[in-house]
Design a binder for this molecule. Structure first.
Ligand code: HEM
Length: 425
């Protein structure tokens, strides 16, 4: 096959690109919406809304089982140490995010039972209580770090509550969640990589201990639901060769890790970047304060603008033509949800914040297709409750250090490391 790849000169590690990728994505959408970025192991950027949809609607061609790509950039000596640590822990089998049908289908059916909108709603009073507790230090005249003082602790505490993590393990749980996230796309030293893996093993041991406890003491929490969920005959009928009706301990561990990775930092980043917008455009804050019924639409438009899970990965299982370009089999494809959500063909004037857009539901912040975010109801509720409580507690605020924008080093989960805010009333 001839190699007709269209090269792009984007450097995804460039701090300027991470801080503001929008002009680059606009250019890519217009000129080369499917382009090859020869950076690191090399990957294909898919930037237009229609093409992103094409990729995520075809899991047979664009697989989510990206194990063959995992860690292939690490030096062999480090890989060996990593393998030793991994062997000592619970095996992290592919599930959900990293699985294809039929494994994904079976996982998803079981996991969906734990993530219903009703189950999310049960956590609302807890969410409100945590928000109020965190907001007690947001008094007029104070300066807070919104990331550290609100946006990080809220999702971690909500998920710990949903999993019924005992209070005395809450700090460990936070450390394990951070370790799980740290391995995704950040530049870590060898020692940090090894430490994250060891902490992953601690999380594994904890999850297995908790599962065993719940086998004989079922409760109403998410881990109990995952432990006891069973597929019926009807539900397993189309899953030939995959007769297991229950999730194994290793699968539950893998799912919990994914929930921590996919759920915590995304929610933190959404909340943080929303506050930057409201500091710069205070009319939205005033509107939410005077009419809280606009909050759900503000959340949706913020999801579109910010798209915290900016980039997700697929691997081609065959040569495929996409947007007039042929991508060979076995290549690493990045679906850039953030760019799709700023596609001017779908969202006119994409850089304008407008919660009244008629087609807000078309945003891809939670993905689309079989991997659509299983925690979307929980995340939407959590962010709505957070905004209700924030706008109730804070009359007005400003950026305490407007020139200071310190972004992390990964373009796939863009995050501000800190956000100093001054509460003015
Ligand atoms: C604002 C917050 C969130 C955002 C923006 C977000 C975004 C996403 C996106 C884009 C995907 C699809 C990935 C792909 O196409 O490969 C996804 C999947 C997933 N999300 Fe979320 N997520 C959020 C919150 C949560 C929460 C709170 C949880 C759990 C408590 C969660 C759990 C998951 C899981 C388990 C998957 C994999 C689903 C599957 O593969 O079937 N997410 N999320």
């Amino acid at each position: 096959m001839s190699d007709d790849r269209v090269y792009s000169s984007v450097d995804p590690t460039d701090p300027g690109f991470i801080a503001c990728p929008f002009p680059t994505y606009e250019r890519l959408r217009a000129e080369t919406p499917v382009s090859y970025v020869p950076h690191g192991r090399g990957f294909w950027f898919v930037t237009r809304h229609d093409l992103v949809l094409q990729v995520v609607s075809d899991p047979k061609t664009f697989s989510s089982d990206v194990r063959s790509l995992a860690f292939d950039e690490f030096p062999p000596a480090l890989l060996q140490q990593m393998a030793e640590i991994s062997r000592a822990g619970v095996q992290n089998v592919p599930t959900l995010l990293t699985a294809d049908p039929p494994v994904h289908t079976r996982n998803r059916r079981l996991v969906s039972r734990a993530f219903t909108p009703r189950a999310a709603k049960e956590h609302e009073p807890f969410m409100r209580g945590v928000c109020r507790e965190l907001l007690s230090k947001f008094v007029p005249g104070s300066t807070v770090d919104f990331v550290h003082d609100f946006a990080v602790p809220l999702p971690v505490r909500v998920i710990a509550e949903a999993l019924a993590v005992p209070a005395d393990r809450a700090d460990d749980f936070k450390r394990w969640s951070d370790a799980a996230v740290a391995l995704i796309g950040s530049k870590l030293s060898d020692e940090e990589v090894l430490r994250s893996l060891r902490e992953g093993n601690e999380l594994g041991a904890f999850v297995i201990e908790q599962i065993q406890h719940r086998r004989s003491n079922p409760g109403g929490d998410l881990l109990s639901t995952l432990t006891h969920a069973r597929l019926s005959d009807d539900e397993t009928a189309d899953l030939a060769g995959d007769a297991a009706r229950q999730l194994s301990d290793g699968e539950i561990y893998s799912i919990i890790r994914q929930v921590l990775v996919a759920g915590n930092e995304t929610t933190t980043n959404l909340l943080t970047q929303m506050m930057v917008r409201f500091a710069n455009e205070p009319q939205w804050w005033e509107l939410m304060r005077s009419d809280p019924s606009v909050i759900p639409a503000v959340v949706e438009e913020s999801l579109r603008m910010i798209t915290p899970s900016a980039v997700n990965q697929r691997i081609t299982t065959r040569d495929v033509e996409l947007g007039g370009v042929t991508i060979p089999a076995g290549e690493n494809v990045l679906v850039i949800y953030l760019s799709a959500d700023h596609d001017e063909r779908v969202f006119p004037e994409p850089e304008r914040f407008d919660p009244t857009r008629p087609n807000l539901a078309e945003h891809l912040a939670f993905g689309r297709g079989i991997h659509f975010c299983v925690g979307a109801s929980l995340a939407r509720l959590e962010v709505r409750v957070a905004l209700e409580e924030l706008t109730r507690a804070i009359g007005s605020f400003e950026l305490a250090d407007p020139r200071h924008e310190e972004w992390n080093s990964t373009f796939s989960l863009r995050a501000l490391r800190r956000l100093p805010l001054r509460v003015t009333s």
